[in-house]
Design a protein around this ligand. Structure first.
Ligand SMILES: Cc1cc2nc3c(=O)[nH]c(=O)nc-3n(C[C@H](O)[C@H](O)[C@H](O)COP(=O)(O)OP(=O)(O)OC[C@H]3O[C@@H](n4cnc5c(N)ncnc54)[C@H](O)[C@@H]3O)c2cc1C
Length: 449
């Protein structure tokens, strides 16, 4: 039976979900706090591009928009590591041709989804409407639009309003659930490395660039116009290398000249950008109690926000949309059961990617230049070539497969022990004892496809 549904938030999760719900035959009204990004620039110096990987691609294919997204993608085949002397080395992400991630403009991708939602003929999107809360007794949603307060009746509401979700507050109050915010000491600031005089890329286009410095790092993703979106991750407060200590132009210039000289040389207006662009804070969001009866459910960053170091927040949000759609179809007449089953099935996976995203900071900022890590990585890729059904490096399971995150996490731990054992006392992959490797791999279960 067709229902009238309300979605709060037209970001990646809300806009994808609106397409899926409309395709089930429901009528969907979406409320978004910001102006329409298709006609107004809303980036304001924040997260301009994102890494899209297999989970996200599978979801985009499932709703039939991958062809529209494809032209905006820039493949990145590996991490280009910039060392302190400005030397670079490429660490490829995988051993197979399809194992790359893609840089995509957040606005371009979200706009495709908004267009797809409207094209269903069942989705209406209202912009500049900020939800302030949900009244489950009166079945009313409260919004502010400029100075005005507006109340709107609803039947069922989907909270896809991001990590500071207003819907979440009302849902958790109603169901007694819990929010756990795990703030990171690191904050971030986005900067631009401009294109060259003829619109050319000034550093390698087909890679995700990393300047690893253990306690802080810089990363860069290519943009379609030849520029790169560069993000500095740095502790927010305290002595030493922190945002708190980078106040004057001189401090900023000295810091970048000392640690990221090759980047600084290519970004002439660095101090102006640094002063103008906002400092973003990062936290893992975990919740219990994603739903209230059959009347509300949370999804995406609103219920499972992760730190950005695995490039999976949006990919996970898309995968959650597909999962929720599946449960709603399995229980068409009992959405309370569908919502509960969705949380029960999905939460172990979202908790796992939250942990792996935090772990990946260490990998990106520190391990990539550690000899033991480089050896284990090379061995892991070689083992994947030999036993592709059984041994897949963690990065590959997370980024290039749809193996449930929780499976990827526990499997990666088991594989990590094998790598430790096989690399003990050796310096190159050529020295590995392959009989021992084969015996250890034989003890692993085949991976779910
Ligand atoms: C620096 C950085 C880099 C990242 N890089 C990647 C990456 O490479 N790959 C990846 O997969 N993920 C990445 N992420 C994570 C990704 O951005 C999020 O996981 C993803 O955007 C979540 O989508 P969402 O729709 O759940 O939430 P959001 O993107 O936050 O969207 C929520 C929407 O709701 C609207 N909204 C908020 N409050 C209200 C309200 N009260 N009423 C109405 N509307 C409201 C917002 O305006 C927004 O449009 C990154 C995040 C950051 C911060």
């Amino acid at each position: 039976m067709s229902k009238h549904l309300t979605i709060i938030g037209a970001g990646p999760a809300g806009s994808m979900l609106s397409v899926l719900l409309a395709r089930q035959g429901h009528t969907v009204t979406v409320y978004e706090s910001r102006p329409d990004m298709r006609i107004t620039d809303i980036s304001a110096g924040r997260s301009i591009n994102l890494a899209l990987a297999t989970r996200g691609i599978e979801a985009l294919k499932a709703i039939g928009v991958m062809e529209e997204v494809e032209p905006s993608l820039i493949p990145m085949y590996g991490r280009m590591i910039h060392d302190e002397d400005g030397q670079t080395s490429l660490q490829t992400y995988g051993s197979r041709p399809h194992e790359y991630i893609s840089s995509v403009s957040r606005t371009a991708l979200n706009s495709v989804l908004l267009d797809a939602a409207e094209a269903t003929g069942r989705v209406t999107i209202h912009f500049d409407m900020r939800c302030r809360g949900v009244d489950f007794d009166q079945n009313l949603l409260t919004f502010t639009r400029g100075e005005e307060t507006v109340e709107v009746p609803f039947v069922m509401v989907f909270g896809t309003d991001g990590s500071a979700s207003a819907v979440r507050e009302s849902v958790l109050e109603a169901n007694g659930g819990q929010l756990t915010l795990e703030p990171l000491v690191h904050g971030y600031k986005e900067l631009t490395l401009p294109a060259g005089p003829h619109g050319e890329f000034l550093i390698e286009r087909a890679a995700l660039h990393i300047w690893p410095h253990k306690d802080f790092m810089l990363i860069a993703l290519p943009d379609p116009d030849g520029s790169f979106t560069v993000t500095i991750y740095l502790p927010v407060e305290g002595p030493g290398n922190t945002f708190e200590q980078l106040v004057t132009d001189e401090q900023v210039t000295d810091f970048f000249a000392q640690h990221f000289a090759d980047f600084a040389a290519l970004a002439p207006d660095l101090t102006a950008q640094f002063a103008a662009n906002p400092l973003g804070l990062l936290a893992t969001v975990r919740t219990t109690g994603w739903a209230f009866q059959d009347r509300a459910v949370l999804l995406g960053d609103a219920s499972h926000g992760v730190v950005p170091f695995h490039g999976q927040g949006m990919n996970a949000a898309f995968e959650s949309c597909i999962e929720l759609d599946r449960f709603l179809k399995e229980h068409p007449d009992d959405w309370a059961t569908a919502f509960a089953a969705f949380e029960q099935s999905r939460k172990p996976d979202t908790d796992a990617i939250a942990d792996m995203a935090v772990d990946n900071y260490v990998e990106m900022s520190t391990s990539v230049v550690d000899e033991r890590y480089v050896l284990k990585r090379a061995l892991a890729l070689e083992m994947e070539k030999r036993w592709p059904e059984t041994f897949v490096p963690r990065y590959g399971m997370v980024m290039f497969s749809t193996v449930p995150y929780a499976v990827a996490q526990s499997r990666a731990r088991a594989q990590g022990k094998i790598l430790d054992q096989l690399t003990a006392g050796i310096a190159t992959v050529d020295e590995v004892c392959w009989e021992t490797a084969a015996a250890l791999v034989a003890d692993l279960e085949p991976l779910p496809s």
